[in-house]
Design a protein around this ligand. Structure first.
Ligand SMILES: Cc1cc2nc3c(=O)[nH]c(=O)nc-3n(C[C@H](O)[C@H](O)[C@H](O)COP(=O)(O)OP(=O)(O)OC[C@H]3O[C@@H](n4cnc5c(N)ncnc54)[C@H](O)[C@@H]3O)c2cc1C
Ligand code: SF4
Length: 333
């Protein structure tokens, strides 16, 4: 029986593979021209520092081997009881799995940090891209000697209507700080945080190793503003909340650890199919104690970051879980 999978990120790919393994006929509909979702922009993955290709390529290879149909460059605009409406017409199916993922927080909304205005203020996503391109440097091409990461940009922040914790950015900040130490062994590296949330297996160990083996300094306090200083440097003002003192520091590069926000497609799912969104606009699962994969509609299911910020491992686990739920539903028809 045919099942549409909306989105070809890791969650969508693994959902399609698991559905096929259960004898169903998945079709992946992806709005971009390539599969892989956000992972295509990342360099190495926490907690093992595994290169992205080692995770993504085997999934893509298996998709090809399994001959799973893919409709690329096709956006899903609406969900109906008997299929989905896409930018290229209707696709009929007996069930739909929504794997449309998340969006990155737009750092220009936090004007006080100067993203898009001052040189050498970049986001964590920009840094991953620079590493993938093999060149991490200041705007003038030189190497940064003092680097600061700022946690919680566009997360846990009422002012930009993002109350939730994005969950993966603390460990991403640790991952990237360790990676920057490898690129620039002589540099000073600081992470400014509100709380450190190291929730996963091996994450706390990474955090300790960042401090003890890689000499990364963690300062509890949020940067209140950044301002340009001559020579392309950035002056940051913060309060060290552990010692209760204000602090000024001039850095060569400021990296904003941007949060995961609800995907822009979520409003389509709410409007056209009557599906519910949570306060932070991620899709609300029917019953979190049964897992996140069922929606309020019997033929519509979820997997991955469409319902909340998650890691790759968590997204893959949900993809396997949702396939069993879909098979169970279709058996009962
Ligand atoms: C800076 C950063 C670094 C990270 N590093 C790591 C890491 O090292 N390790 C780790 O475990 N996790 C990491 N993560 C988390 C990881 O990116 C996510 O867990 C993963 O991308 C979730 O996959 P997904 O398939 O749910 O969503 P996505 O990757 O967002 O994929 C969703 C797909 O759906 C498509 N889509 C959306 N709407 C539609 C529509 N209407 N029609 C058709 N297609 C649609 C999109 O184009 C996209 O291809 C990081 C996150 C960030 C922000
Ligand atoms: S994971 Fe860390 S950086 Fe990200 S929002 Fe939560 S506390 Fe802030």
């Amino acid at each position: 029986m045919k099942v549409t999978v909306i989105g070809g990120g890791v969650a969508g790919i693994q959902t399609a593979l698991a559905l096929k393994g259960l004898g169903l006929k998945p079709v992946i509909i992806e709005k971009e021209d390539t599969l892989g979702g956000k992972l295509r922009g990342w360099h190495k993955l926490f907690p093992t520092m595994t290169p992205v290709g080692e995770v993504l390529e085997p999934l893509l290879r298996e998709l090809r081997e399994q001959n799973i149909p893919i409709m690329a460059s096709t956006e899903v605009l609406g969900i109906e009881t008997d299929g989905v409406i896409t930018s290229h017409g209707k696709v009929e199916s007996r069930a739909t799995v929504v794997c449309s993922g998340f969006d990155l927080f737009d750092a220009t909304l936090k004007e006080e940090y100067g993203y898009g205005i001052y040189d050498n203020v970049i986001t964590s996503a920009d840094l991953e891209r620079m590493m993938n391109n093999g060149k991490v440097a200041l705007v003038d091409g030189t190497q940064p000697r003092r680097i600061a990461f700022l946690h919680c940009v566009g997360s846990r922040d009422e002012k930009v209507q993002q109350r939730h914790c994005s969950k993966v950015c603390c460990v991403t900040g640790v991952k990237q700080a360790i990676e920057m130490r490898r690129w620039f062994p002589q540099s000073e590296i600081y992470n400014f945080y509100m709380d450190i949330r190291m929730f996963g297996s091996g994450y706390e160990e990474m955090y300790r190793s960042a401090q003890q083996e890689h000499g990364i300094q963690f300062i509890r306090g949020r940067i209140s503003e950044a301002a340009p200083v001559p020579g392309g440097k950035v002056q940051i003002k913060a309060e060290d909340t552990l010692i209760g003192r204000p602090l000024k520091m001039t850095v060569d590069m400021l990296i904003l650890l941007i949060g995961m926000t609800a995907g822009c497609s979520n409003s389509h799912w709410a409007e056209c199919a009557g599906l519910e969104q949570s306060d932070s606009h991620f899709m609300r699962p029917l019953n979190v104690f049964e897992g996140n994969v069922r929606s309020a509609l019997p033929n519509v299911f979820y997997a991955g970051t469409v319902t909340a910020p998650k890691t790759i491992g968590e997204s893959l686990n949900e993809a396997n879980a949702v396939a069993f739920r879909v098979a169970e539903y279709l058996k009962g028809l």
